[in-house]
Design a protein. Structure first.
Length: 119
C-alpha cells in the first residue's frame, strides 16, 4: 500500500515536500516514481528513483525537483521548489521492479495528493 501526503495550496515560487509512505518489507527492492495529472491533461511522469538511488527527472521539473528515499522509513520524498501554477495537479507515487518512466511499467499506485499553486 502506498500513501501520499504533503500536498496543499502554495503560492507561486513556493515549495512543497511530498511523501510516499509504503507498507511492506520489500519496499527497498522497488524503484519508486512520481507522476502527476492536471485537470484535462494526461498523466505525466515527474521523477523516479531506483533501488540504488539513481534518479531520473522529467525535463519540465529538472532543477526544481529532488526525489529521495529513506528505506528505513519506507518513504520516498519529492521536494518541489520554485512552484508555478503549471505544477498544479494530483501527484501520485508508484512502484516498479526496475527504474522506468512509463506509467505502464509501474505495478502499484497510491491514491494521490493534490498540489495547487496559486499565481
Amino acid at each position: 500500500q502506498l500513501v501520499e501526503s504533503g500536498g496543499g495550496l502554495v503560492q507561486a515560487g513556493g515549495s512543497l515536500r511530498l511523501s510516499c509512505a509504503a507498507s511492506g518489507r520489500t519496499f527497498s527492492t522497488y524503484a519508486v516514481g512520481w507522476f502527476r495529472r492536471a485537470p484535462g491533461k494526461d498523466r505525466e511522469f515527474v521523477a523516479v528513483i531506483s533501488r540504488s538511488g539513481a534518479r531520473t527527472y522529467a525535463d519540465s521539473v529538472k532543477g526544481r525537483v529532488t526525489i529521495s528515499r529513506d528505506n528505513a522509513k519506507n518513504t520516498v520524498y519529492l521536494q518541489m521548489n520554485s512552484l508555478s501554477p503549471e505544477d498544479t495537479a494530483s501527484y501520485y507515487c508508484a512502484v516498479a521492479r526496475y527504474i522506468a518512466v512509463t506509467a505502464a511499467d509501474f505495478d502499484y499506485w497510491g491514491q494521490g495528493t493534490q498540489v495547487t499553486v496559486s499565481s
